[in-house]
Design a protein around this ligand. Structure first.
Ligand code: RB5
Length: 151
């Protein structure tokens, strides 16, 4: 499986650790940066290119890391076709794929330790969307081609 990974400075160390670990397994890793630690960098500069790559199918899944995982999640979900969520527990890591077709896992580099993050990403990558009728219906309601404007 070809997967993409991206982080700002808040997630840089965790990104490097995950990249090293998953490179040793049966994955091709595309690193969308940042490639060096830069305390002034901004997560959208790396997360948006990752989300576009996931959405257009260049990579199958994405891992986005910032300090909390919140900014990465907000940014990734701006891209149509990206379904990103901040994940901190094992159940959501796989059920988010099975029921909600999550294709980008967001992690907090200042929140989640490397061992837990490794297991969460494994659960995410091993999970598959169920294509259950009710799950497809819910996604169609929540994932229109366009954005909802505030009143
Ligand atoms: C960067 O300092 C930090 O704000 C960012 O990594 C992230 O936590 C935002 O959600």
């Amino acid at each position: 499986m070809k997967i993409g990974i991206a982080s700002d400075h808040g997630g840089f160390e965790l990104k490097q650790q995950l990249k090293q670990r998953f490179s040793k397994l049966d994955y091709t890793i595309v690193d969308f940066g940042n490639n060096t630690y830069d305390s002034e960098d901004d997560y959208p500069d790396f997360v948006i290119p990752l989300a576009k790559s996931v959405a257009n199918g260049d990579v199958e899944r994405g891992i986005a890391v910032c300090g909390s995982g919140v900014g990465a999640s907000i940014a990734a979900n701006k891209v149509t076709g990206a379904r990103a969520a901040l994940i901190t527990d094992h159940f959501a890591a796989h059920q988010g794929v099975e029921d909600d077709n999550m294709n980008i896992i967001c992690l907090g580099g200042r929140i989640t330790g490397v061992e837990t993050a490794f297991e969460l990403v494994q659960a995410f990558l091993n999970a598959r969307f169920s294509y259950g009728e009710r799950h497809v219906r819910r996604l169609e309601k929540a994932d229109p081609l366009g954005r909802i404007s505030p009143d």
